[in-house]
Design a protein around this ligand. Structure first.
Ligand code: HEC
Ligand code: HEC
Length: 259
């Protein structure tokens, strides 16, 4: 009799535990994911450091879980097409190919006339960090903390890919091994994006944005995401592998459906 009661009590508490997990979710699983997206490994590998810096080059407030800036960046040209937070992204002034006015942003809606960061390759990261705190940049410690600034400085110094080798600056044509890209896409990217790259849509139902859409519209941006991941998202990156592998995925991604 007693044993039966214990049994019932056991089942009851197990059901209660299930209910708690259903209602509030598993707190440990959630914080593990947040740790992956926003945290730092105990012993950061160079590949981790450079990709984390690469995500700050993008929407750093999403990468770092900070407030999104509201004002337009004071150094953004008055005759430029953008305003507000977009003008605080490094990429908006310096380009996804890191070549500024000499690259893909040399014309079109993203034109600023500002030079690239490719000339700063190999520069002392401490000097780069200082340059980002000072005018004309003005990234304050509330926006990007010192240890985070060290990551973006490391990216500028040692993490810039030679994107123009794989994405033609004039035409956006991509050089990469499509068959190799197919193998990587189907076995890595498809886990989240699906075989067609259509499982996640960051556009709208009417105007969808899939991997294929983005790879054709902004191949240099997609190469950057493949190498550094997407800020604020639990996405993998291929930084630890050869740049040719990332270019191969990009070449294959261009063949995927755009709508
Ligand atoms: C609003 C526009 C703007 C944004 C956003 C911006 N920069 Fe700059 N950046 C400039 C300007 C202007 C210069 C000076 C260019 C010159 O000397 O002709 C510059 C220069 C640089 C240089 C020096 C290049 C060289 O060859 O000496 C580096 C490195 C750099 N920026 C990195 C960054 C990084 C990293 C970010 C993001 C954290 C960033 N910038 C965001 C406008 C911007
Ligand atoms: C573990 C899951 C996961 C894997 C694996 C993954 N991604 Fe992602 N990816 C995401 C998530 C989540 C987002 C954010 C989507 C959003 O903003 O709605 C994203 C965003 C993107 C974006 C850009 C979105 C934008 O707004 O510009 C591209 C491009 C992309 N992924 C390509 C790839 C490619 C190529 C691979 C393989 C190398 C890959 N992803 C692997 C989860 C993943």
């Amino acid at each position: 009799m007693t044993r039966k009661l214990v049994g019932f009590a056991g089942i009851f508490s197990a059901l209660l535990a299930c209910l708690v997990v259903l209602v509030i979710g598993s707190p440990s699983a959630q914080s593990e994911e947040a740790q992956f997206v926003f945290g730092t490994p105990d012993e950061p590998a160079e590949a981790w450091l450079l990709s984390a810096g690469g995500r700050i080059y993008d929407r750093w407030w999403d990468a770092l879980d900070r407030d999104e800036p509201k004002e337009t960046h004071p150094a953004y040209p008055a005759d430029g097409n953008k305003s507000g937070s977009a003008t605080w992204r490094c990429k908006e002034c310096h380009g996804w190919d890191y070549r500024g006015r000499d690259g893909r942003y040399g014309s079109g809606s993203h034109y600023t006339g500002i030079k690239g960061i490719n000339g700063a390759k190999g520069r002392d990261p401490a000097l780069i960090a200082k340059l980002l705190r000072d005018a004309p940049h003005g990234y304050s410690a509330e926006m990007i903390k010192d240890d985070e600034l060290a990551r973006i400085a490391a990216f500028v110094s040692r993490g810039q890919d030679d994107t123009a080798r794989f994405v033609a600056p004039e035409t956006g044509a991509v050089k990469g091994d499509k068959e190799r890209g197919k193998a990587i896409f189907q076995s890595v990217c498809a886990a989240c994006h699906g075989f067609q790259g259509k499982l996640l849509n960051w556009g709208s139902t009417k105007k969808p944005a899939y991997v294929g859409t983005e790879a054709n519209a902004a191949p240099d941006e997609v190469l950057h995401k493949i190498r550094n991941s997407h800020p604020g998202a639990a996405m993998i990156n291929l930084r630890a592998f050869a740049i040719e592998d990332a270019a191969a995925v990009l070449a294959y991604a261009k063949t995927l459906p755009q709508k």
